[in-house]
Design a protein around this ligand. Structure first.
Ligand code: ADP
Length: 311
């Protein structure tokens, strides 16, 4: 079983407008509302691929109930901790080729709610061999909260796939329990290391992954958008290149990448196939209108067109 963790889920609201008028009323009848937050995108894609997945995290208020209902409708198993404060909205206004976003910081999780969540995930981890942790922490949770989750997963011998950035990533990297995989995109890696990389100098990027900060992490996948990925597995390095595609909506492709990897791991795939499956899921997500959704037939078709080269 795969457990996905989303500590700050949201209702993702998208308003496509032909133009955005400032300081006046904008009307639309074309709204879409979906259960969002990076971890829920991962969940949906694992479910689309046919994986056995349970979503956990915290949900609160009417927004929380809506998210829970959306997961139910999709037939996705869930084990969320209820919190007092309201889960958030994330608003994207799509206008004139631009994406203007308004992102609420979301609810504060109390220390009692934290304890309840930790009890829930500890129970889930006893039945899970893979756990994905994605996105930002809700307010009220300590910076080292993900490190606590990684430790709990280690105790239960579950593999942790971690996709976060900033302080919560640094805290995990500096901790004693290491995740099985991290998946920074290029921007996140640059922010983490305070260094710029050029795609024409892959060697510099490759060298960056061998620093002591990453010691003990089995897999590092640096996703590079349409340029594919560079990956490190133990002492081996891979350059993964992907076909050129017509993009519909690339938001959530990183989450689909994590989902593809988690699903592949649950199926006992080889290193090369794990990379192919994760890239194929990322590409297939970029070809869908809905964020965090793939057509498994499309994933299978892309799988055969991905090139994995040891470097
Ligand atoms: P994130 O969403 O975390 O920023 P990326 O943008 O690197 O992650 O996307 C993750 C993966 O999804 C890429 O490695 C690639 O396989 C696929 N992908 C993303 N954007 C594109 C694109 N424009 N064309 C083709 N594949 C893409």
């Amino acid at each position: 079983m795969i457990v996905t963790v989303t500590m700050n889920p949201s209702i993702d609201i998208s308003y496509p407008l032909s133009s955005l008028a400032i300081d006046t009323v904008n009307r639309t009848d074309q709204v879409t509302k979906t259960a969002g937050g990076k971890g829920l995108n991962v969940t949906r894609v694992i479910h689309d691929l046919g994986g056995d997945v349970v979503a956990t995290g915290v949900l609160g208020g009417f927004h929380g109930a809506y998210i829970s209902e959306e997961l139910n409708k999709a037939g996705i198993k869930q084990a969320f901790t209820s919190i007092k404060e309201e889960s958030r909205d994330s608003i994207a206004i799509l206008h004139e080729g631009n994406q203007t976003e308004i992102l609420e910081s979301g609810p504060t999780v109390s220390s009692e709610e934290q304890t309840t969540f930790l009890e829930t995930i500890t129970a889930l981890l006893q039945q899970a061999d893979i756990v994905t942790i994605s996105g930002s922490l809700a307010k009220g949770l300590p910076t080292d909260f993900y490190q606590k989750l990684v430790q709990a997963a280690h105790t239960e011998k579950a593999h942790v796939l971690l996709d976060t950035s900033g302080e919560s990533l640094i805290s995990v990297l500096e901790g004693t329990a290491k995740p099985f995989l991290i998946k920074p995109n290029l921007e996140e890696l640059e922010a983490l290391l305070g260094q710029r990389f050029s795609l024409s100098e892959m060697e510099t990027l490759q060298n960056a992954l061998s620093q002591p900060l990453f010691e003990g992490i089995e897999w590092i996948v640096v996703s590079l958008g349409k340029a594919g990925a560079i990956a490190k597995h133990q002492e081996a390095y891979y350059r993964v290149t992907i076909p050129e595609i017509k993009v519909v909506n690339p938001v959530g492709s990183g989450d689909a990448t994590i989902a593809g990897f988690a699903y592949g791991l649950s199926q006992g795939k080889t290193s090369e196939d794990l990379l192919k499956l994760s890239m194929a899921a990322g590409i297939a997500n970029a070809q869908e209108k809905q964020t965090g959704h793939v057509d498994p037939a499309n994933v299978a078709a892309h799988f055969n067109n991905i090139n994995v080269k040891k470097i």
